[in-house]
Design a protein around this ligand. Structure first.
Ligand code: FAD
Length: 458
């Protein structure tokens, strides 16, 4: 293929959404061009999911070293060698990056490096050449947002991109935003020895989660010595001699070496020819229907660029959906409530389905039954010395519509929770399954035994 070919599909952006669409479309026999200005793999691989989890894992090892005596092991924690942490993290990313590059090449996707621009509803211009496609997929993702008057300088006022490559462990940090990204950095930095304070405008940390999970996380963070100021609005940030001073609308002030701005990510949709080609945009997001079709018949859009959940696996699912639709298959739209969500801090927060509050709105307050299973009754959790809970939200006499979990490593249990939710399993059916002892997975089984009226260890 070369630039004069008309491809079946030309994709702008090689992140989770774009590359998943490319791989699946190529697998289905479509001729695909994938255009990426930076690195194949996008935010998730290079600035998001993977490097943050490597930092969190390094932090977990530091905590284990500090707490080793509790387990009868003699070890001394001597500190963090941040260069070593980066080497480990970068090694993980590099290995996955190489694998992904190999995959794209082996599927015969035409990979083009360069900054692209939509030049018509059926073409993208890059490096002075036009790539024509019967279909176009926009997958340009998102970048960190800031607030008016709050300039991210990359040194003292930073975004997650900077935090991931910082060559020092800050002594103290203020984190603006108690959502997923904010709490993950709070957790990793605390494990590294930083004095951390989170400022969140809403009344809870991880406010998108069931309130019970938020409260459990707040309790665990408080115990770890992570500070937070909830329901507090940011007013201004000023430089001080040693760092930054943050003033809140309620009159409180905090000072720290760095301020991490983690208030969310905004779509990359400006200056790329989208509007000129007639693509509808709403508050920066490309507008797309449940099949990821924009209002322009030849153009689809996926991932963080459209206003669905900003998660890598949502990007994958949407990319696959578009590839299958264009190949003439009949994929079903993504059920966004059925998407598993994991926040990887210490302890982890994981969920699928709807919160108790949302279930009451959907089904009526009198129809909603909840059950909490405390991990104190779970052998494996005791061994790991983690506190936490599994909360089930059920529609009376019916299926479980929400599973909400908090505890170290509990994110690994979200797979079964997802099957329970998506297959609309009844508690009695789940209770019938034998869960291995002693696993944390067993806690999910025990919670369903209790909900089915035959609790074993609770
Ligand atoms: P992106 O991954 O942002 O990819 C878009 C790509 O388009 C980029 O590579 C960019 O260079 C390219 N591009 C943009 N404009 C152009 C142009 N004009 N020409 C060519 N190329 C262009 N999600 C999870 O599911 N789990 C997690 O644990 C998780 N952790 C995260 C942690 C952090 C710190 C962050 C920031 C995000 C995290 N996410 C996580 C979210 C996840 O990274 C995103 O949801 C996902 O990357 C979105 O994929 P995307 O393809 O839409 O966009």
């Amino acid at each position: 293929n070369d630039a004069s070919t008309v491809f079946d599909l030309v994709i702008l952006g090689g992140g989770s959404g774009g590359y998943a669409a490319a791989l699946r479309a190529a697998q289905l026999g479509l001729d695909v061009a994938l255009i990426e200005k930076n690195k194949l793999g996008g935010t998730c691989l290079h600035n998001g999911c993977i490097p943050t989890k490597a930092l969190l894992h390094a932090g977990e090892i530091a905590d284990q070293a500090r707490e080793s005596e509790e387990f009868g092991v003699k070890a001394t924690f001597e500190g963090i060698d941040i260069a070593g942490v980066h080497k480990y993290k970068d090694g993980v990313v590099a290995g996955l990056y190489k694998g992904l590059q190999g995959l794209v090449a082996s599927r015969k996707v035409t990979y083009v490096e360069g900054e692209g621009r939509l030049s018509s509803p059926t073409s993208i211009e890059v490096n002075g050449q036009r790539y024509e496609g019967r279909h176009i997929l926009l997958a340009t993702g998102s970048v960190p947002k800031s607030l008016p008057g709050l300039e991210i300088d990359g040194n003292r006022i930073i975004s997650s991109d900077h935090a991931l490559v910082m060559d020092r462990v800050p002594q103290s940090a203020i984190i603006l935003g108690g959502g997923v990204i904010g709490v993950e950095f709070a957790s990793a930095w605390k494990s590294f020895g930083t004095d951390v304070t989170i400022v969140e405008g809403l009344p809870h940390l991880v406010p998108a989660e069931d309130e019970n999970s938020s409260k459990l996380l707040e309790r665990a963070f408080r115990k770890r010595g992570i500070g937070f100021s909830l329901g507090s609005f940011f007013e201004k940030a000023e430089y001080t001699d040693g760092g930054v001073k943050v003033s809140l609308a309620n009159g409180k002030t905090y000072e720290a070496e760095v301020l991490l701005v983690a208030i969310g990510r905004g779509p990359v949709s400006q200056g790329l020819g989208y509007e000129e080609a007639g693509v509808a945009i709403d508050r920066g997001f490309v507008v797309a229907d449940e099949y990821c079709r924009t209002n322009v018949p030849t153009i689809s859009a996926v991932g963080d660029l459209i206003p669905t959940l900003q998660l890598a696996h949502v990007g994958f699912a949407e990319g696959i959906l578009v590839a299958e639709r264009l190949a003439g298959l009949s994929p079903v739209p993504v059920d966004y409530d059925g998407v598993p969500r994991v926040t990887y801090c210490h302890p982890e927060v994981a969920s699928v389905g709807v919160s108790e509050e949302r279930a009451k709105e959907l089904y009526g307050a009198d129809k909603v039954v909840t059950l909490k299973y405390n991990l104190a009754g779970n052998g494996r959790s005791r061994i790991l010395k983690t506190a936490g809970e599994i909360k089930l939200v059920q529609v009376r006499d019916g299926a479980v519509v929400g599973v909400h979990m908090v505890g170290d490593r509990i994110g690994e249990q979200v797979g079964e929770a997802q099957l329970i939710y998506n297959w609309e399993a009844l508690p009695a059916e789940v209770a019938q399954l034998i869960h291995a002892h002693p696993t944390q997975n067993e806690a999910l089984g025990e919670a369903h035994l209790a909900l089915a009226g035959k609790p074993l260890h609770s």
